[in-house]
Design a protein around this ligand. Structure first.
Ligand SMILES: Nc1ncnc2c1ncn2[C@@H]1O[C@H](COP(=O)(O)OP(=O)(O)OP(=O)(O)O)[C@@H](O)[C@H]1O
Ligand SMILES: O=C(O)[C@H](O)CO
Length: 336
């Protein structure tokens, strides 16, 4: 109940898990403390950006550093103090104000055995085996889904423009917008130079990135952040190619895929979806209004109905979760 309330008010996973750690006997290092003095080996799958060990699953085997003031501060921020059950107040007011000085965790070995970066590195190897020149852009992509869709549209445009002779003014414009967006999103290590280098090679190109976007739900449709991202990228590409400057895109085959590694995107049975730059045009000809679906956060309904669900990524539950993967494939038309 506490988790649901916090999540519904938009609390971050860091805030959520600070509260969970304070309320639980096992989280926040409690499991490792209960096992003491036995040796503890913790094999960790990271579903949090940056792989912070104390946040992943609320760190049952990791020393915790939260304070009770922090918990009250979080509950106050989301206006939830008075909604908390009596038991929560009892536990919080009975806890020491500061965590006791660092306990001994020398009996614990924490090892990250699965992460978004590991998944991306394997995807990169697979793409290279398939003949793609591959660039791993980032494993920390996060932000509002429409901003991230813009990011990918600009990345795709820059890649294509760099491979096309001429267009220097447009390329500078796209690179300028991209650089300020990357700075705004504070995406460390997104190597634009590598994209420019990729455009100089003869091979088809694969750009790989990962993380987790957020969706501000405004409608009452059915969807997930990956399907919404794919549909928004499709709309961005559609708009870009409709401008006087955007004709260069037509020389390229472009596929964008966004998928959740757990195999389930939001409350749907798809893991995500893919799109091409032609998707919105084709959808319009078939009578679909993509913007309307997006305004209602109804990406799943769109993808199910459009071309018999052909663009949906259906993997089934994978039994793991290392967040989402975003993959762009670009090939000059007429090239094998
Ligand atoms: N109609 C919708 N359109 C787009 N996104 C949606 C929709 N409904 C829910 N979501 C998104 O789905 C997510 C909630 O689903 P889920 O419980 O699978 O997420 P999660 O537990 O955060 O993710 P995961 O388990 O994949 O790490 C949230 O990111 C939410 O914004
Ligand atoms: O379950 C959780 O605590 C979150 O998914 C972070 O690991």
């Amino acid at each position: 109940m506490v988790t649901k309330l916090l999540a519904s008010r938009g609390a971050t996973i860091q805030e959520l898990n600070t509260i969970r750690k304070a309320l639980s006997l096992l989280k926040g290092g409690g499991l490792a403390q209960s096992a003491y003095p036995a040796q503890v080996l913790s094999l960790i799958l990271s579903d949090v950006i940056g792989d912070p060990l104390d946040i992943i699953a609320s760190g049952p085997t990791v020393a915790s550093s939260h304070s009770i003031q922090e918990c009250f501060q979080i509950l106050t921020t989301y206006n939830l103090l008075s909604d908390m059950p009596e038991s929560v107040h009892t536990v919080l007011s009975g806890s020491p104000v500061e965590q006791a000085t660092q306990k001994d965790f020398s009996h614990v070995h924490n090892v990250v055995i699965g992460s978004n970066r590991l998944a991306l590195e394997e995807a990169k190897r697979q793409a290279e085996d398939m003949g793609y020149f591959s660039v791993l852009l980032s494993d920390t992509v996060c932000g509002e889904v429409s901003t991230i869709a813009r990011l990918y549209c600009l990345l795709i445009q820059l890649t294509c423009l760099s491979a096309t002779a001429g267009n220097d003014l447009l390329k500078d414009k796209v690179e300028g917008e991209l650089s300020s967006l990357v700075a705004k999103l504070a995406l460390p290590g997104l190597h634009l130079r590598d994209i420019l280098r990729a455009s100089q090679v003869e091979k088809p190109i694969c750009l790989l990135a990962g993380g987790e976007t957020t969706v501000q739900l405004r409608g009452n449709g059915k969807g997930g952040r990956n399907q919404e991202l794919a549909l928004r990228v499709a709309l961005e590409l559609h708009r870009a190619r409709a401008t006087a400057d955007g004709r260069f895109l037509e020389k390229y085959e472009i596929v964008f895929l966004s998928g959740g590694t757990d195999g389930q995107d939001g409350p749907t049975e798809a893991a995500g979806a893919c799109c091409s730059q032609e998707l919105v045009g084709e959808a319009e000809r078939e009578g679909f209004n993509v913007e309307e679906f997006l305004n209602n956060n109804d990406s799943y309904t769109f993808f199910v109905r459009f071309q018999s669900g052909h663009h949906l990524l259906m993997t089934g539950l994978t039994g793991t979760n290392v967040m989402d993967l975003h993959i762009v494939l670009i090939r000059a038309k007429g090239r094998d």
